[in-house]
Design a binder for this molecule. Structure first.
Ligand code: CA
Length: 236
């Protein structure tokens, strides 16, 4: 079965055209024509990608994007007809992954969709180190950083890094979601658990601790990137 795409657009002609062409490419398509329906369908159908128009009846696409981003890392491609909206999207204030300005060509649209889905597939694959016989060692290697998911340890340039248990859990969670912007709420829920009483500041404190331990080489670009309005992204 193909990947699932949710189209959120209130102009029926455009929505139908996009849906028809995506289905022709083998994607499974859901549609929504207003903001609340978009949020509901995003929750109910867990799409692999959301195409989200900004101008919608009810709550607009920017608000929809913020709400969805608080609970999911699904890639979001925004559609806009206005140049002044582009600044908001580009500034990543709302957490969208890409945007297109109307009018756009179908060919360009399909190319962007493919690129976004491919990026997510690639990011989900972690570079597992293997032994000479090809067995997986549980070690995940990012340049000079090695994370051992079996022994629950990590090393930098061959030297073991001393991580607190929660710092390791957090690092492993980031590694497994490499390249994906993760909200503080999501991190808190997944790493600390539903019943954890503390606030999202805990996440910031642990991220700061991790950064000091895995980003000690100023020549190396930041591994843990702050995503404004969202949370953090592990770059590898
Ligand atoms: Ca619209």
């Amino acid at each position: 079965m193909g990947e699932k795409i949710l189209i959120v657009e209130d102009e029926p002609t455009l929505s139908e055209t996009l849906a028809y062409n995506l289905q022709k490419q083998g994607y499974e398509v859901e549609t929504a024509s207003d903001g609340w329906e978009a949020i509901r369908k995003s929750r109910d159908t867990s799409p692999d990608l959301i195409i989200l128009d900004i101008m919608l009846p009810g709550i607009d696409g920017l608000e929809v994007c913020k709400i969805i981003r608080r609970e999911s890392n699904v890639p979001i491609l925004m559609l806009t007809a206005r140049a002044d909206e582009v600044d908001k999207i580009v500034g990543l204030e709302v957490g969208a992954d890409d945007y297109m300005t109307k009018p756009f060509s179908l060919r360009e649209f399909l190319a962007r969709v493919r690129a976004l889905l491919r990026r997510v597939r690639l990011m989900k694959q972690t570079p597992l180190a293997t032994t000479e016989s090809g067995e997986e060692t549980g070690k995940i290697v990012f340049g000079d950083l090695t994370v051992d998911s079996v022994r629950h340890s990590a090393s930098l340039r061959g030297e073991e890094i001393h991580l607190k248990p929660k710092e390791f859990d957090l690092l492993l969670f980031f590694v497994k979601h490499r390249g994906i912007a993760l909200s503080r709420d999501k991190i808190l829920e997944q790493v600390w658990g539903w019943d954890y009483g503390g606030g999202t500041r805990t996440v910031d404190v642990h991220v700061r601790g991790l950064r000091e331990k895995i980003e000690d080489d100023p020549r190396h670009p930041a591994r843990l990137v702050t995503v404004r309005g969202v949370g953090y992204r592990f770059e590898g």
